[in-house]
Design a protein around this ligand. Structure first.
Ligand code: NAP
Length: 312
């Protein structure tokens, strides 16, 4: 069997067209575009790329998208002051603080900064208010990656209700909200993590398997029930030839890419899973583009709510 490819890139493009029209209507009605402020502290190379992509997509579909940069030497107080300025700004409907913050800021810095975002502008769905509302199934602003995955499963007509969903990973940004969204859609949900014994056996019970771990190729054929839908959230830059060779056979175009560039982006799901799964998201081109699209949808939702419009 070769798994059906769940094309997140194509869905993202289609959704962005819908959002573009809605953004134009908002801008015409309110005399300003919906605005997103992205806070980037330091010079983490991966964060630079993520932020650049978010700014580019936002600009292309009509948002005001501003980068608010602080140097790596910035203090927690500097960062909190910047978030406070965006909280008060009339031009900004959404605030995203790019993770990770520099380690020197302290272990609890990220939580304190996320907590300081005004809940109505929290387009990453990370504040305690929005997490609480999510648990109670009444959130307007839900973490972007999990809500993008639900959108993809729905549009690809993959049944969730009554199925067994297994989520590997329990982070606040992906694993936990993913599990809650699947639960709200009437799946029976199991959440796995680094202390889960017999991980492959547990995963093999899944009709819908979501891997959000950050380990290249962790999910092998043995983890997957034949015909299951597998969602690969992992985005791992592989620079070790041995790892690349363990994932791709000789002659595979991705291995050739690795050999020419010295790195390749891979997910948490081993490519061999395509022989067993019924449906599978690719990396790149699966979950990633949807995450950015949901960020835009959340920003539009936040703008509408701030403008007093009803948001469904
Ligand atoms: P994270 O905060 O590091 O969480 C990783 C989770 O995986 C943790 O719960 C951890 O368990 C679990 N884990 C680690 N090793 C494991 C193992 N050997 N077996 C089972 N579970 C294991 O990461 P994250 O922020 O959720 O991100 C996960 C991955 O998704 C990363 O590759 C990230 O780059 C990617 N990501 C992609 C997008 C996208 O748009 N495509 C968005 C966000 C994240 P413990 O809790 O026990 O430590």
């Amino acid at each position: 069997m070769s798994a059906r490819v769940l094309d997140g890139q194509a869905l993202a493009r289609a959704m962005q067209e819908e959002i573009r029209d809605e953004v134009a209507a908002f801008t015409a009605q309110h005399g300003r575009p919906p605005g997103l402020g992205i806070v980037l502290v330091g010079d983490n190379p991966a964060s630079e790329i993520y932020v650049r992509n978010k700014l580019k997509t936002g600009g292309e579909i009509g948002f005001r998208a501003d980068l608010e940069r602080l140097p790596a030497s910035a203090t927690l107080a500097d960062t909190l002051a910047l978030v406070e300025r965006l909280n008060r700004s009339d031009a900004h409907d959404g605030i995203l603080v790019q993770s990770p913050l520099p380690k020197a800021m302290g272990a609890d810095a990220e939580q304190r900064v996320f907590d300081s975002i005004a809940p109505e502008k929290d387009v990453d769905g990370l504040t305690p208010v929005n997490v609480g509302l999510l648990v109670q199934k009444r959130a307007a602003l839900v973490s972007c990656t999990p809500s993008g995955i639900i959108e993809l499963l729905d549009r690809e007509r993959i049944q969730i209700a009554g199925r067994h969903a297994v989520v590997i990973g329990r982070s606040d940004i992906v694993g936990k909200p993913m599990a809650i969204l699947l639960l709200h859609r009437d799946a029976t949900v199991t959440v796995c993590h680094s202390r889960t014994p017999n991980l492959a056996d547990v995963c093999r019970g899944a009709d819908v398997l979501v891997a959000a771990v950050g380990r290249p190729g962790l999910v092998t054929k043995e983890f997957v029930k034949p015909g299951a839908a597998v969602v690969d959230v992992g985005m791992n830059k592989v620079t070790d030839a041995k790892v690349a060779e363990s994932l791709f056979t000789d002659g595979h175009p991705r291995l050739a890419l690795f050999r020419s560039k010295g790195s390749v982006l891979v997910g948490d799901v081993h490519p061999e899973v395509a022989d067993v799964a019924g449906a599978l998201t690719p990396v790149p081109g699966g979950v990633g583009p949807l995450t950015i699209t949901m960020l835009m949808r959340n920003t539009l939702r936040a703008a509408r709510a701030r403008a007093g419009q009803t948001v469904s």
